[in-house]
Write a protein that binds this ligand. Sequence first.
Ligand SMILES: O=C(O)CCC(=O)N[C@@H](CCC(=O)O)C(=O)O
Ligand SMILES: [Zn+2]
Length: 331
Amino acid sequence: MLAEWLDASLDGAPGLAGEGSLAGGRYRILGAGLLELVPASPSASAPALVLSAGIHGNETAPIELLGEILARLEAGRLTLGSPVLVILGNLEAIRAGTRFVDTNLNRLFRRGLDASGMEPDRARELMTAVDAFYGRHEGRRRLHYDLHTAIRDSQYPRFAVEPHAEAITPSDQWRWLAGADIQAVLHQHAHSWTFSHYSKHYHGAAAFTLELGRALPFGENDLAPLAPMARLIEALLQDRAPASRPADRMVFFRVRHELFRRSEDFRLCFADDTPNFTEFAPGARLAEDAEAGPFTVGETPLRVVFPNARVEIGARAALLVSATPPPADPR
Ligand SMILES: O=C(O)CCC(=O)N[C@@H](CCC(=O)O)C(=O)O
Ligand SMILES: [Zn+2]
């Protein structure tokens, strides 16, 4: 049934609903791309966990990964121990195999959003679902892993983006991410209205955008490098202790500058396929924009992450980052 929920969500089956039992609890289909896993008797320390994938429609590996985990749950090889909300984000874009249909869903997770259209409507639906889920689990530790893949290669193929918000990320998260073979962490410097930012900013959740390799079509993904991430998700879902490694196995970066596309006449001054985290030396010209002028690296080298000259005008065209020490681990 869980595999059917996934397929029916992707096929656009109307009026998707239903519920049933699972080892350790039951599931409730809340709608297309919305599934709740309800443990029968969760411990007081079990987290309330949001797992999302397909916020960008062409990022298929995380959808396949969640599909495999749900299949193991359904087969009784995992026993549910924690409340979980599973989300498939931009269903129309997933069907079309594109990043988005009209606009980037992952910039719309903001209360009071008044834009109209398919993606804004879906953002409101998902924000309501997350609000209701965390509301049903007051007092529990909140987690949200928003699973993505990146457009291009990366010097660190698996990395976490930590949204900027008041809540401090608990130090065990870093050890768990290191245990899941995440190689780098990028601290955001400013609010970004992404889905993981939503859960952190409005709900105080430990939340991340997790980049899990390169975006490829369904069927072309190699899930083997993601096995440690699957084990982390399964441990959380079962309310078991995840594998843990020292946080300083990962390299930490901080965003120092954001490049925005300000005009029609905008270009990045490096090759389209430049891998994420490529470093540029002082003096290197990175962008030219008819309105904002050129951007040149100052006295300290900068690395480029998520470069994309073809974004909408006003949108982020690249993050410029440099290394920062790992967070202190009080353990
Ligand atoms: O590979 C790229 O250029 C984009 C990958 C991607 O979708 N990244 C996320 C990051 C979200 C964040 O900053 O937390 C995005 O751009 O939405
Ligand atoms: Zn993405």
